[in-house]
Design a binder for this molecule. Structure first.
Ligand SMILES: Nc1ncnc2c1ncn2[C@@H]1O[C@H](COP(=O)(O)OP(=O)(O)O)[C@@H](O)[C@H]1O
Ligand SMILES: [Mg+2]
Length: 234
């Protein structure tokens, strides 16, 4: 839940207000698409909602805990095992194999290392034959499948996906999206998905548009296709 959320970066004449007076409430089990033009602040918003970044003003809570009252370690503990991420550029660790990448969140959470569980997730995303491959030995679609297995392996309550099909061709992106929605439904996770793709957004329970630093319900064609009239430069 966010109330009157503001995010300003830089200071003085270089200050840039990316988000302002932003309000949103997302309930457990919902799938929510966030759309908006490039530069609208979507990635900034996801980082804030996940407690990866700090807000400038307002109130923000995750799983009922106020994020502003927690330090970085406290926010990391709140996330561990409960939050999964899928990024546009996959963000796999290049020196780790597919299996090791999927094991990483288990090592960081209290769940402990369970190679069998990680292998099962790789099988679930269709990569049982690729467990020992390094990211550079995998196609883009395969890398994103590893990233999806990594996001779900801890059985999180909430998954954030930031343009997960943005770096993939249409056919591969479609398959990755199918996988993401299938796992989301089967696992009963809350999904917060940033996308430029109206068809992908339409598969979510609701769509929110980020425009001029604020979120509003629904989608306007303008928000998907036009260059933003921009965030406030103060
Ligand atoms: N730390 C930062 N310092 C300066 N500008 C930033 C910073 N983070 C983001 N921005 C700017 O804020 C705007 C929103 O960025 P972003 O959240 O990445 O947008 P989106 O994901 O919607 O494309 C962009 O103009 C970006 O350049
Ligand atoms: Mg972005």
């Amino acid at each position: 839940m966010a109330r009157q959320l503001e995010k300003t970066v830089g200071s003085g004449s270089r200050a840039l207000t990316i988000l302002k007076d932003l309000n949103v409430e997302i309930h457990a089990g919902e799938s929510v698409a966030i759309v908006g033009s490039s530069g609208a602040g979507k990635s900034t918003l996801l980082a804030l909602l996940a407690g990866l970044d700090t807000l400038t003003r307002g109130e923000l809570s995750l799983f009922g805990s106020s994020l502003s009252s927690l330090d970085e370690d406290g926010r990391a503990r709140l996330r561990a095992g409960q939050v999964g991420f899928v990024f546009q550029n996959f963000q796999l660790l290049p020196t780790l194999t597919a299996l090791e990448n999927v094991l990483l969140p288990l090592e960081l959470s209290d769940t402990g290392i369970d190679a069998r569980q990680a292998r099962q997730w790789l099988a679930r995303v269709g990569l049982e034959a690729r467990v020992q491959h390094l990211p550079k030995q995998l196609s883009g679609g395969e890398q994103q499948r590893v990233a999806i297995a990594r996001a779900f392996v801890t059985q999180p309550t909430l998954v954030f996906a930031d343009e997960p099909t943005g770096n993939l061709d249409r056919a591969t992106g479609g398959k990755v999206a199918d996988l993401l929605f299938t796992l989301n439904r089967e696992s009963g996770t809350t999904l917060i998905l940033v996308t430029h793709d109206p068809q992908l957004a339409a598969r979510c329970d609701r769509t929110l548009t980020l425009e001029n630093g604020r979120l509003h319900e629904g989608v306007s064609a303008a928000a998907l296709h036009h260059v933003p009239d921009g965030v406030d430069h103060q």
